[in-house]
Design a protein around this ligand. Structure first.
Ligand SMILES: O[C@H]1[C@H](O)[C@@H](O)[C@H](O)[C@@H](O)[C@H]1O
Ligand SMILES: [Fe+2]
Ligand SMILES: [Fe+2]
Length: 304
């Protein structure tokens, strides 16, 4: 059955009068099928929908919003910058994600390695020549290993979920914004204004983001001298910054380079979000390809 829609109900940019293959799927850019419902039958990123995951996800954001303060972020960055915990390859780290479940995610309860490969394979289909983008997709969530004992076993609220700047006012578009009221920075006049400790167009590089898997993986790639193009590192660092890439908040802190890079984050996000499904990727089949990319852009062993 073919259906024509004018107004898709989810918040990404799609052309008008796009053709749907059936009520559940939408095809974009030469091949990638975007489902309109997640594995639980709800819209993607619906934080209010009654589902088996709703309560857990809401509790997650409550603790996250109360505890992510400027001081906390400063300490974590300092601590994890040392990279003195483990030495291992990128692929080994992907395998470790087999044991990681993300409690912040209303759309997915699969082991995270599935998600990495699904994202990478989906983006590879539409951008066959951008090998840096395939690898970026493969590693974008690797920072979730922070949940594991050898990486310090951080609590979920310090690893996953959407990210946002600290040191200035929390924007209302952030998921479950109401819980920031209990964050000590919320009352602090140095931190609770539009600019807070930042200057207009100071560049995101100078903005401290809530601590989690994004900033950690960015630091790992940087400190280990990855040769990925800087836009790849930017995608890793800001892929959870939905207030910016989906809602357009905090644009006053971006510089020109950020604006260019943001376009790629928005492309990447479609694959990150809508590739979440129960469809399995054959790991052994695709592994040689990804190993060759890892070899091209990373040292054999990295410090974590
Ligand atoms: O729940 C998800 C998940 O943790 C993702 O890895 C992160 O990038 C998203 O921003 C978040 O909403
Ligand atoms: Fe992520
Ligand atoms: Fe992801």
């Amino acid at each position: 059955m073919t259906i024509i829609i004018d107004q898709p109900q989810f918040g990404i940019e799609v052309e008008e009068n796009r053709v749907l293959n059936n009520e559940k799927e939408l095809e974009i850019n030469g091949g990638f099928i975007m489902p309109t419902a997640n594995t639980f039958g709800h819209n993607f990123r619906d934080y209010e929908a009654e589902s088996e995951r709703q309560e857990g996800v809401e509790n997650f954001y409550k603790t996250n919003h109360i505890n992510q303060t400027c001081d906390f972020v400063k300490n974590m960055r300092e601590e994890y910058r040392k990279m003195d915990r483990v030495e291992m390859s990128i692929w080994k780290c992907c395998e470790l994600l087999n044991d990681v479940i993300d409690e912040s995610d209303p759309d997915l309860d699969e082991p995270q390695i599935e998600h990495l490969l699904q994202t990478a394979e989906a983006i590879r289909k539409d951008f066959p020549n951008e090998d840096w983008l395939h690898l970026t997709a493969l590693i974008h969530d690797l920072g979730k290993v922070l949940l594991l004992p050898i990486f310090g076993e951080l609590p979920q609220w310090a690893v996953v979920g959407d990210t946002y700047p600290v040191g200035c006012a929390f924007d209302e578009s952030i998921v479950h914004h109401e819980y920031f009221k209990e964050n000590p920075d919320y009352q602090n006049p140095a931190y609770n204004t539009k600019y807070g400790v930042y200057k207009e167009r100071c560049g995101l590089d100078n903005v401290m983001m809530s601590w989690g898997h994004d900033d950690y993986m960015y630091l790992v790639a940087k400190e280990n001298k990855s040769t990925l193009p800087s836009v790849g590192l930017f995608i890793i660092r800001y892929h959870s910054f939905y207030a910016l890439h989906r809602s357009g908040a905090y644009k006053h802190l971006m510089n020109e380079e950020d604006e260019e890079n943001l376009k790629w984050v928005q492309i990447f996000n479609k694959y990150d979000l809508y590739s979440k499904s129960k469809v399995r990727v054959d790991v052994e089949k695709v592994k040689p390809y990804y190993l060759s990319l890892i070899e091209k852009y990373f040292p054999a062993k990295l410090r974590w």
